[in-house]
Ligand binder design. Structure first.
Ligand code: ATP
Length: 356
């Protein structure tokens, strides 16, 4: 299996499980609709990511001053951190309209040629999941981005010929969760690349307080702090947890989003103090209690929690590794000292020394 296809499978598994848990970073169409109302509309409203925001602001201001379309922009980073939001902000700041498509939506080079040839001067074309574009479409995109031209193929087989069609200047905003998978010639055609990182808790608190204002719900600061700390550094998850806490407050509380309401609601949804959900905790518990902290192979661990190995590997493990709870070694997965502490268990003497 090619590296690209392996990653596509991984993304499908991750998307499938996004719907099952409150703390997965992906979103379905329904959730995206709920998110629309909460999207920051300009760079000033966009919380955090100071470096990317400053750099982007310069690129946009300079382009506006010159009266020209800015360089193409590549945004990379994990899901739910604001890539789509930034693409919308770029178009809004330029006073341009935004056309949206994605790598998987473009089946053939001709689909992309149709989109490109219908662009108007100065438009922003948002290409989500650009790393999933098919190779022939990718090659067409190189030429369009560099020379503002598409070669429209007329006829078939030996009689086919390419008619060059000039395009008006436009800006591509590409988004990818895997910048490393983009072929170098494509990466090189972006004049600016911004990498989005996970948010600090105080930044998520600001996201939450802003969202609460927009939703007109009374969110206490201490509750915002609590929700932020369980949101895995991801605004999408923070906003999702906020909506669930609001449900709890309206149904079982007095409508106010207090610290007690936040804790009670997140307990109902089994999102713990570090943002782990049921599957994450099952993996951690099996690793510590059934396998003495490991090392244990992925398949054995997956059987112990009744899941497929790829689910454990792509859905639960990345966050557990990022949090320093689980380590991956050549001999298998190991529980790190923080895992025992998190479960309230005493670590065996050698815990942690197995790592590395
Ligand atoms: N910096 C931010 N400030 C305030 N809200 C934010 C910020 N970043 C993201 N959000 C909110 O989080 C939600 C998800 O953001 P967005 O859809 O832009 O993420 P994404 O990186 O494009 O995700 P995906 O890769 O899954 O498409 C949106 O509701 C958006 O309003």
């Amino acid at each position: 299996m090619s590296e690209r296809h392996a990653h596509e499978d991984e993304e499908l598994v991750t998307e499938r499980f996004a719907a099952d848990s409150l703390v997965r970073p992906g979103a379905d169409d329904l959730e995206r609709a709920a998110e629309a109302a909460l999207r920051p509309r300009n760079l000033d409203e966009f919380v955090g990511q100071r470096v990317v925001r400053d750099q982007l602001s310069l690129v946009l201001q300079a382009a506006k001053a010159r009266g020209r379309a800015p360089d193409h922009v590549l945004l990379s980073g994990p899901p739910g951190l604001g890539k789509t939001t930034l693409a919308m902000i770029i178009a809004a700041e330029l006073g341009a309209s935004l056309r949206v498509t994605s790598g998987p939506a473009i089946q053939h080079a001709g689909d992309l040629a149709a989109v490109l040839s219908s662009l108007e001067e100065g438009e922003v074309l948002f290409l989500d999941e650009i790393h999933r574009l098919a190779r022939p479409a990718e090659e067409l995109l190189y030429v369009a981005m560099e020379d503002f031209r598409v070669d429209v193929v007329v006829g078939k087989g030996a009689g086919a010929s390419a008619i060059p069609l000039a395009l008006p200047p436009f800006t591509v905003v590409g988004a990818t969760t895997r910048a490393g998978l983009l072929p170098a010639p494509l990466r090189d055609r972006f004049g600016f690349t911004g990498h989005l990182d996970f948010y600090a808790d105080d930044e998520l608190e600001r996201v939450l307080l802003r969202s609460a204002r927009l939703l007109d719900v009374p969110l206490e600061h201490r509750a915002a702090h609590e929700i932020a700390s369980r949101s895995r550094g991801t605004p999408r998850i923070a906003n999702r947890l906020l909506r669930r806490v609001r449900d709890w407050a309206e149904v079982r509380g007095d409508g106010r989003l207090t610290l007690a309401a936040a804790r009670a609601a997140l307990d109902v949804y089994e999102v713990d103090v570090r943002g782990l959900d049921r599957l994450d905790r099952a993996v951690l518990t099996a690793l510590c209690t059934r396998f003495g902290g490991g090392p244990v192979g992925l398949t054995t661990l997956a059987v112990a929690v009744g899941e497929e190995p790829e689910t454990v590997e792509t859905v639960a493990e990345p966050f557990l590794v990022r949090e320093g709870l689980v380590g991956r070694t050549p001999r298998g997965r190991v529980a790190l000292p923080a895992a025992w502490a998190h479960l309230g268990l005493e670590a065996p003497r050698e815990a942690g020394t197995l790592f590395g």
